[in-house]
Design a protein around this ligand. Structure first.
Ligand SMILES: [Ca+2]
Ligand SMILES: [Ca+2]
Ligand SMILES: [Ca+2]
Ligand SMILES: [Ca+2]
Length: 127
């Protein structure tokens, strides 16, 4: 029984601390651990998420929440072009006018689900 208690204590020391478990891997090196990072594969230290769906703006061009970046979203970003609309902004800072860089991200995302995002990991898309 002593041995089990010792193993449990060691386990608690190494894995029981949430900060250690959450922040041990930071794939995109933006200072936010993968499990908390709302764009785990895009460096976005600001973590802006205008539509509050747990997918950061830098990896979320699914404005109509259909689960995929498609034609409905294309109409949306077309109307955003040149304007200060953070939802359509996929480069930091998100409060500057929507420009070619944002459109480029949209194009590369077309047909794909938003993300990946740590908080929505294991779900099919950002809720
Ligand atoms: Ca990160
Ligand atoms: Ca990130
Ligand atoms: Ca979002
Ligand atoms: Ca969509």
């Amino acid at each position: 029984m002593k041995r089990i208690a010792l193993i449990a204590t060691i386990g608690l020391l190494f894995w029981g601390t949430p900060a250690f478990a959450e922040d041990s891997v930071d794939f995109d090196l933006d200072g936010i651990g993968d499990r908390l990072d709302n764009c785990s594969e895009a460096s976005n230290p600001e973590q802006d998420d205008t539509d509050l769906d747990d997918c950061g703006n830098l990896c979320d061009a699914d404005y109509d929440q259909s689960g995929i970046t498609g034609f409905g979203d294309f109409g949306f970003i077309s109307n955003c072009f040149g304007k200060v609309i953070p939802l359509c902004n996929h480069t930091e800072p998100v409060d500057d006018p929507v420009a070619f860089g944002d459109f480029g991200f949209f194009t590369s995302s077309f047909g794909l689900a938003p993300g990946p995002s740590g908080p929505t990991a294991g779900t099919t898309a950002c809720p």
